[in-house]
Write a protein that binds this ligand. Sequence first.
Ligand SMILES: NC(=O)c1ccc[n+]([C@@H]2O[C@H](COP(=O)([O-])OP(=O)(O)OC[C@H]3O[C@@H](n4cnc5c(N)ncnc54)[C@H](O)[C@@H]3O)[C@@H](O)[C@H]2O)c1
Length: 330
Amino acid sequence: MSILIIGGAGYIGSHTADVLKKRGYDVVIFDSLELGHRIATQIVGVPFVHGDYGDLSILNKTIKQFQVDAVMHFGAYASVGDSVIDPSRYYESNIGKGLILLRAVLDNQIKSFIFSSSAATYGEPQVVPIPEDHPQKTTNPYGETKLMFERILRDYDFAFGLKSVSLRYFNAAGADPDGRLGEDHTPEQHILPLLIDTALGRRAEVKIFGTDWDTRDGTCLRDFVHVVDLADAHIRSLEYLKAGGKTTAYNLGNSYGTTVQEAVTATERVTGKKINAVPAPRRPGDPGRLAASCEKIKAELGWDPIYPDIDTIILHAYKWREAHPNGYGG
Ligand SMILES: NC(=O)c1ccc[n+]([C@@H]2O[C@H](COP(=O)([O-])OP(=O)(O)OC[C@H]3O[C@@H](n4cnc5c(N)ncnc54)[C@H](O)[C@@H]3O)[C@@H](O)[C@H]2O)c1
């Protein structure tokens, strides 16, 4: 099977391409490199096409050249805060360009599509852990683009028979256990890489936004899921669609949730370094508690995370960052 990985030079896409390749799939990575890393694609060691998924002609050429059977779509702008400041960028790219990608998918009779959706589609949760049938009342333009794209995919199934799985990741974290690939975002906004950089002395402090939430210790609760477990969920979703599965959506997390304070303590335990974590006011729009119910994908696809433990997630991320203090830049 030949899989086109849109956004495969980025964090989750490169890890997924790597696991796909190890399991014997033919993979081609397609990425604009606006946020991704050419070197990550070289480490994975699969064909790479430099292009924008808003460019129909290069998409068509690539799909034909590599006889693509299925698409995994990781490409997106993905910062909640930026999306509030400049929603046009998010709608034009995540939706506008996403529709062009879907045009190429339809024109080339591709029937299987896996989409990187997000916990951000739920908004403020009414119950935690959040099940897939929880109301999706997102609170920011980024979440709107993910929700809108899920709805577009449902309509495209009804009208055109395009089968898709939308995977709603909670907090993607960790790194390749062999230390070849890792997380390198600029600017980095995710809490675990920020904690690790602080442990490594590359940052003076980490801000903890809110210490008066309704959680075990007053700090926000988040659900970290290892990037290799995410990759495995993509492959299970692909096989499910190939076996005739219906269009659906699954949550991906570890359900138990980790508070930000617990993440600080775990990072100190794993790294043996003291972290300067500074209390700060709550950020508007941040939900206090986010954790996924993952019973659906476990029951239906047999997904069973290999690395659910927060210490292991942090250890893999730390090992890569320690060896690559400047990310893929060195
Ligand atoms: N990281 C998380 O915790 C998280 C959580 C929920 C959902 N997601 C979603 O998962 C996906 C991957 O996230 P990530 O952390 O790996 O992001 P990332 O920024 O590391 O990777 C995204 C990749 O897409 C590429 N890209 C962006 N626009 C493009 C375009 N127009 N044409 C071609 N390539 C383009 C970028 O260059 C980058 O390599 C995103 O869709 C994101 O919204 C991520």
